[in-house]
Each structure stands twice: as structure tokens, then as C-alpha cells.
Design a protein around this ligand. Sequence first.
Ligand SMILES: Nc1ncnc2c1ncn2[C@@H]1O[C@H](COP(=O)(O)OP(=O)(O)OP(=O)(O)O)[C@@H](O)[C@H]1O
Ligand SMILES: [Mg+2]
Length: 252
Amino acid sequence: MDLQLKGITKIFGNNGNKKTVLQNIHIDIKGDEFVSLLGPSGCGKTTLLTIIAGFQKATSGTVLLNGRKVEQPGPDRGFVFQDFALFPWMTVRENILFPMKQKKIPKKVQQKRLRQLLDMARLNGSEHLYPSQISGGMKQRTAVVRALASDPEVLLMDEPFGAVDYQMRRNLQKEFDSLLQNNRKPVVMVTHDVEEAIYLSDRILVMSADRGAIARDLTVDLPRPRDRTAGVYQEYLTQLTGILKNLQKREF
Ligand SMILES: Nc1ncnc2c1ncn2[C@@H]1O[C@H](COP(=O)(O)OP(=O)(O)OP(=O)(O)O)[C@@H](O)[C@H]1O
Ligand SMILES: [Mg+2]
């Protein structure tokens, strides 16, 4: 996978009331890295991710995915929303089939892939339930495999563990990590949680509140699954927390 952001600028508003949220952002992501965009609330993370997804357009600049210009949403990008955004009128099965139907994948292939995805997410036996009938964890797993259903080139996730409580969040991070280790896929995840970024990422791009500037590009070189109690893990935590604190000091 090769994702290139070239000079992305996003300005909201018009005439007298303009706000530059992102200015001239350059990012290069290659291979099947797990990359996190980490930054304070309002720094433009969701804006940047939705531009990559093609949900909205940049004011200027280009996004290239494997050399092709991104201009609208497409099955080459899977998206997991902060609140999961499952279709409430569809069962787990129908939710997962939806992107495959859109992509007009042959029926036989759809059924085979559905089986694989249900296995992967341990949702066998729950496929005929509606989102309102399943737990938060099951919703999240449905949302992730739905995003994987069209076999996208990259998985984009906006705070995918934000809507659940602390313990559940930890469990989901762990499950998601192992799901991903068994099914390698490049990921770009937005988060404001330092610990979550270190637990999951190969690389962390720290965004500043000042027009989304990438203030740091940090590689996390730790074996998986990661041991949250390890000394080196704690060192990363201290280092990254320090980076964020310094950024805030400079900005306020
Ligand atoms: N459609 C819009 N019109 C005007 N301003 C917008 C719009 N969307 C976002 N913004 C502004 O752009 C800035 C960045 O918003 P964005 O949602 O990208 O932040 P974020 O980093 O994802 O924050 P959070 O961590 O709270 O989700 C905010 O100041 C927001 O008010
Ligand atoms: Mg956001």
C-alpha cells in the first residue's frame, strides 16, 4: 500500500469567517504499517481522515492511494466510525454483506467471505441479530469486519474504541490487535489516547493544534502482542506524553 498526502490544506467558512484547519500537510505511508494520527481535540484529525476517505474534499492538495487520486469514497478504503455506525435496520449478516453487494462481488464469493469474516470476529450464531440486540464489543467487531468486507487496500478508523468503557476498550484493543496480526492490513487510525496509540501502532504521527502540522513522527518498535507492563512500553508512554505536553506549552 502506498498512501501519499501532498500539501493537504482545508479551510472552512467563507469571506470574513475563514478557518484554516489543515495547512500544507504532507504524509507518506507505505507497506502494511499501522499508523496513528494522535493529537488534541479539534486539531483536525477527523477532517484529515475523512479527506483520505473521500467523504469531503481538501481545499487544496492531493491524496494518492496506490498512485490513484482520491476524489470520492471507494471500496479500496474501509472506514470504521467512532460510533460504529452500523445500519440499525440490518442484521449483523446484512451489515457485513452490504459493502460486498455494493462492490457487486459474485454471490458465492460473498457467502464464503461472510463465513470467514464471521469466524474472524467470532460472530457465528449472532449473524441474524440486529445491532440493538448485541453488545458494544460485538458491534465494534461487526463494524471492523464490515470495513474489511470489500477487502480494502487500507483500513481507516476514527477513534474506533471511543464509545465504550475503559475495560471494554482494553479488551477491544487486544482483540483488534490479534485480528489484525492474523489478517495483515494497513491501518490509519485517529486517536487522542496516547496509550492506545502505543499499544497498536508501528508509527505515530503527532498532530499539533496549529493547523494540523505534523509535529513528530515516532516509530514504535515493540514486539506484539505488546506488554503494557514492560519497562520499554512505559518509556514510550513517558516520551510521547512529554512530546504532547511540550506541544501544548508552545501553543498556549
Ligand atoms: N464542516 C465544518 N465546518 C466548519 N468547521 C468545521 C467543520 N468540520 C470541522 N470543523 C472544525 O475543524 C476543526 C477540526 O475538527 P475535527 O473534527 O477534524 O477535529 P478532531 O481533531 O477530529 O477533534 P476530536 O478529537 O474532538 O474529534 C474544529 O475546529 C472544527 O470546529
Ligand atoms: Mg474527531
